[in-house]
Design a protein around this ligand. Structure first.
Ligand code: GLY
Length: 322
């Protein structure tokens, strides 16, 4: 590009013609006195727990950890914590991450036999100079922090795995209609945003496979000046598009949380050769004004929101062209 055409192009850009550079995020509610928490899927017990902390002027990081722990302890849920479906070799391995309003973060990948992966992620953030601990090292660290090992493979998940092994069809489709990674975002009384996500990952995954959930920027991102976003669904697709960071950057440009989530979903479905009809990805987001939104590829995704109006499960918008 020569100098003349560069000046022409940047001149157009500076006027905002045809581009979205004219949009920027502005804080219109400097002091939202009403905290809130949102989470992926229908997890009212988890948002209830987070709300108990937020409504008593607790901080958003505690709310996130405690809220996620509810689902990690729920043996019925087969995609998070205890009861999670194993990899194809029968190992339940957990991934989680957490991020606070200062931009600090911690995560664990391939954690075995410790159900509260979110708490270990928080301790990585707070007690080590690192961001990610993996596998045996993550477990050793958890044990050193006083956590106890337990068997995370429940009888139900073991039976499902044994039945799966009879055919061993490796078809990595994440739940389309009920439950998957739990992602949570909260704003507290001081208007500080934190987020977390926790998962046992893709059912019957290859041993060693890690998805988006413990990867800051993909599974979760927080910028306390702008807002936060978190993902659920097929992690490979979220990783390839760095979804949560993208959503926060779109909100910085002035897009609403719903618009930002929608554009991030379009990034996935519009990829050349995308087989998006065969999998689900869903995003939820909140901005600094307390506006919230969600968007998914397929019908069936929902967001749970607890604010001053109560604890509600809200169906998500989804990509229409299916
Ligand atoms: N989103 C969870 C995973 O893909 O592991």
């Amino acid at each position: 590009m020569d100098r003349r055409s560069f000046i022409k192009r940047t001149g157009v850009a500076s006027l905002g013609i045809g581009l979205n550079y004219h949009k920027t995020f502005s804080v219109t509610k400097n002091n939202i006195s009403n905290p809130l928490v949102i989470a992926t899927w229908n997890v009212k017990n988890a948002t209830e727990k987070a709300w108990q902390i937020l409504s008593k002027k607790g901080n958003s990081l505690d709310a996130i950890e405690q809220g996620c722990m509810v689902e990690e302890s729920n043996e019925q849920g087969q995609s998070v914590g205890i009861g999670g479906l194993p990899d194809r070799d029968g190992n339940v391995t957990l991934d989680a991450c957490i991020m606070n309003h200062k931009g600090d973060c911690g995560s664990v990948v391939y954690l075995k036999n410790i159900k509260h992966a979110i708490s270990i992620a928080r301790l990585v953030m707070e007690k080590t100079p690192h961001v990610i601990l993996a596998g045996d090292g993550a477990k050793k660290f958890a044990l050193s922090m006083g956590f106890k090992e337990e068997n995370l493979l429940t009888e139900k998940s073991k039976t499902d795995w044994i039945n799966w092994k009879k055919k061993e069809k490796y078809k990595p489709i994440i739940n389309i209609e009920n439950h998957d990674t739990i992602g949570m975002l909260a704003i507290d009384k001081n208007n500080n945003i934190s987020g977390g996500c926790t998962t046992s990952g893709l059912a019957y995954k290859m041993q060693g496979r890690v998805g988006d959930s413990p990867i800051i920027g993909s599974g979760l991102y927080i910028d306390n000046e702008i807002g936060g976003a978190v993902a659920t669904g097929l992690g490979e697709e979220v990783l390839k598009t760095v979804g949560s960071f993208l959503i926060v950057e779109l909100m910085r440009q002035g897009y609403s949380p719903t618009e930002a989530c929608k554009i991030a979903i379009q990034r996935i479905v519009n990829k050349p050769g995308s087989n998006y009809k065969n999998f689900q990805v869903g995003y939820i987001a909140v901005n600094k004004n307390g506006d919230t939104g969600s968007y998914a590829i397929q019908k069936g995704f929902s967001m749970t929101k607890y604010d001053k109006n109560g604890n509600k499960n809200i169906s998500s918008l989804f990509f229409e062209k299916i």
